[in-house]
Structures are given as C-alpha cells and as structure tokens.
Design a protein around this ligand. Sequence first.
Ligand SMILES: Cc1cc2nc3c(=O)[nH]c(=O)nc-3n(C[C@H](O)[C@H](O)[C@H](O)COP(=O)(O)OP(=O)(O)OC[C@H]3O[C@@H](n4cnc5c(N)ncnc54)[C@H](O)[C@@H]3O)c2cc1C
Length: 425
Amino acid sequence: MNRYDTIYDVMVIGSGFAGMAATLFAAERGLKVAQTGATGGIDFSTGFLDLMAVHPVAEGRYWDSPWDAIDAVIADHPAHPYARLGKDRIRTAMNDFTEFLRSQKLEYMGHEDRNTPILSPAGTVKRTYRIPRTAWKGTEALRDKAPTLIVDFNGLKGFSGRQIVEMQQTAWPRLKTVRVDFPGSFGELYPEHMAWTLSSPERCRELADSIAEQAKDVEYIGFPAVLGLNDPVRTVTLLEELTGKHVFEIPTLPPSITGPRLRATFDRGLAPRGVCTFSQKLVLEARRDKDGLFTFLIGVPGDARPVKARNAILATGRFFGKGLRAERNGVVEPIFGIPVTQPAERTAWHHQHFFDRHGHAINMSGIEVDDSQHPLDAQGKVVHDNLYAAGAIQGHHDWMRMKCGAGIAIATAYRAVESICGTTP
Ligand SMILES: Cc1cc2nc3c(=O)[nH]c(=O)nc-3n(C[C@H](O)[C@H](O)[C@H](O)COP(=O)(O)OP(=O)(O)OC[C@H]3O[C@@H](n4cnc5c(N)ncnc54)[C@H](O)[C@@H]3O)c2cc1C
C-alpha cells in the first residue's frame, strides 16, 4: 500500500521539538504515525533541553530546581501548560525522550532534580536541565573555574572565544582563548562542513597539534560545537586522547550544528519505528469527514495530496513555526481556525521597549486545551475529540524567557499521545 493510501492512527503536524516528541512517543506505543512539517525551533536550538528555569520573568529569577520552578510558575499562572500535566509525567516524558536520543548516540547528561549552569554562545551563563554529553565537561570547568582554553577558528561566524573570555573575565580568570586556522580550510567556515571534516581522525590530529602549545597549561579545552555530526562523542573522545585534556563543546549561534544533530538523530531513529515522514511538506487544508477521520491535504501549493488519519496532534508552534499567524486584526491559528487567546488590542502586544523585563504580552498567546490536550473552542468546548495540541502553540507561557521550551514541547506531546492511547491519568 502506498503511503498516501494508508489510514494512519495519528498525523503529527509539525517537526519541531513537540512534533518529534509526539511522533516518537506515538510510534513507541505501536501507533501507525505520519508526520509532516518543515523547519522548526529544533533546527536552531543550542541542543540544551530547558525544563523550567526562570520565574518570575520580570525579576529574571533563576531557579536551581526546575521542579520548584514549576510549582512557582503554576501558582502564579494556573493556566500554564505544566499545570495540566503533573511532575511525574513531565519527568517520565523527559527521561523517555533523552533515552531515545541516547540509544541513537546522542547522549544527554544532567541532574535529576536541579538545573545545571552552562556557558551560552554569548559567554553568559544559563541554567538548563539536560545537556549533550559533548558539552557536559564545560559545566565542570565552569563550576570549578578551572584553567581552560577556548578555541575558535578564523572564518567561523557566530562564535567568539574572545567574547566569552571577556564576559567571564572577572568570575573566571583562568579562562583564555586562541584563534587558529581550521584544519585543511580557509575562508568562511560553515559548522556543518566543519563537523563532517572532524569525523576524520587525521583532521582531529591536525587540530590537536595546532593548539598544543596554547593548551599546555590548561585542564579543559572548549571548542565551538562542530565536533562531528552523527557520533560527536567519538570525536570528543578522540580529541581528549590526542590533547590529554578534558574537551567540551559550546553551541555556536544559529544556524549551528546542534539543531541539525537532533534532527538527524530523529531521522535515523524514527524510520525504523515505522514512521512515515512527509518531510518539508505542510498541511495546506484539514477536514474532518463524516466517519470522524481527518483528511489532510499535504504538500506545497500546486502539488498537494490527501492523507487520512484517525487522530491528529497539532504541533505547529507559534509565529516562528507558522502555527500562529499575526493578521491585521489579530492572531489566528490557520489550519483548524482554533481561537487564540491573545491581548484584546494589537497595541497591547508589545511593550514599548524590546528588552522590557516583563516580556511581551503576545508571547503568552496561544490556543486553549483541556487536560487531555484537546484544543478548545471559544465556548470552552473540545473542537474535535480526536484532535490534540502539543508544544508552543499552547498559550499561557513565554518559553523563551521562562526557559521551558523543550520541556513544554516534550511533556505536552507525551500527554497528547497518552490521551490518544486512552491511558487514564
Ligand atoms: C533560535 C531558537 C533556539 C532555541 N533554543 C532552545 C534551547 O536551547 N533549548 C530549549 O529547550 N528550547 C529552545 N528553543 C525553543 C524550542 O525550540 C521551542 O520550545 C520550540 O520551538 C517549540 O517547539 P514546537 O515544536 O512547539 O514548535 P516549533 O519548533 O516552532 O515547530 C513547529 C513545527 O510545525 C511545523 N508546521 C507549521 N505549520 C505547519 C503546517 N501547516 N503543516 C505542517 N507543519 C507545520 C513547522 O514546519 C515546524 O516543524 C529554541 C527556539 C529557537 C527558535
């Protein structure tokens, strides 16, 4: 049977963090899954999995324990997506997600009950919940303020060792940097090309030789996150052997390799689980037929075909992902026309100052869902009993400022799949 003739148990609309998580959880429960979607936040992410770190946003208060932060945010924002999930479920979802990544050679590290401080590409420190193993030693170097060398490369944009050292100079005096030529390359460098190049042991040897003098007196060496694409732990381990130092990665600014690594990991891991991926294709139209099935017209304008599914998970994100659209008179959800909770007036969308410490009201907008993650209409009624929503499209959170992006995406996806499978809470 061709993939357009199949009736799927679930169509996942979206391939960002929420879409990938929903697809994974559904496939692992034996559902026949189709997935559509194009570029999402996952492609631009640092690779860190934020669970919950900042609340209240206006105070910029960072929490060591994401679980205490979740309690605090729910107390102040009872409609926050975490309020409908329960901590045990959130924990299980995060663990299942990272276990899958580990099985695909993208291992994650972190503490069960606390966030870990880590350097951002800008040289500031953020707290996050799960960190790729290839970046983990950087958390130890930062914690101990150990003698550390940051390496950057002539021709690489979006990463500056000098900026990181300058940002940290007071707190971390034994941090220094060196800029070298990338092995075998000159001119402008691209992270993906660099990552492929460093899959070669010979190139890693050249790199280790080029920094040997500067690295003599340090314990740790930090590189921009370009140390391999499909098996970065192997490249990090090799560089540790060659240099005799602890090695770690620091994400570069987008577009970086940390996002494509995640996407490639899902591409590798979902196909063997029977997932049918309609890659780079969008749902142009959705209709619920008399028999209760959905028919989705997917593809690109002028070349679209129908696909049928018993259930759907809407994981289309907000403005960046195109799950919400800002129109002259308000914000709309374009596929199903689900009402979007938003400021009453367009003039109230943003504060006057871009960096206002309260954030912007528009960044709390999104659709309403019930405890099973069914989207609700303007009267608070379930839109369709076989339609669910996961991720940033849900309202009442500002993931960027609260540092809860991946956590909300993964945990709401988990709950949506549970609901499809009829699992009682
Ligand atoms: C630059 C950047 C960096 C980030 N870094 C981090 C980080 O380090 N840690 C962290 O935890 N979070 C990070 N995030 C946030 C994280 O990616 C968000 O939580 C996430 O974007 C929300 O996920 P989502 O899957 O709900 O939506 P999105 O990531 O926006 O994905 C939406 C998906 O829906 C698809 N879609 C939209 N319309 C349609 C349609 N009609 N048909 C089919 N598909 C459709 C899109 O193509 C896309 O695949 C980052 C986000 C960005 C933008």
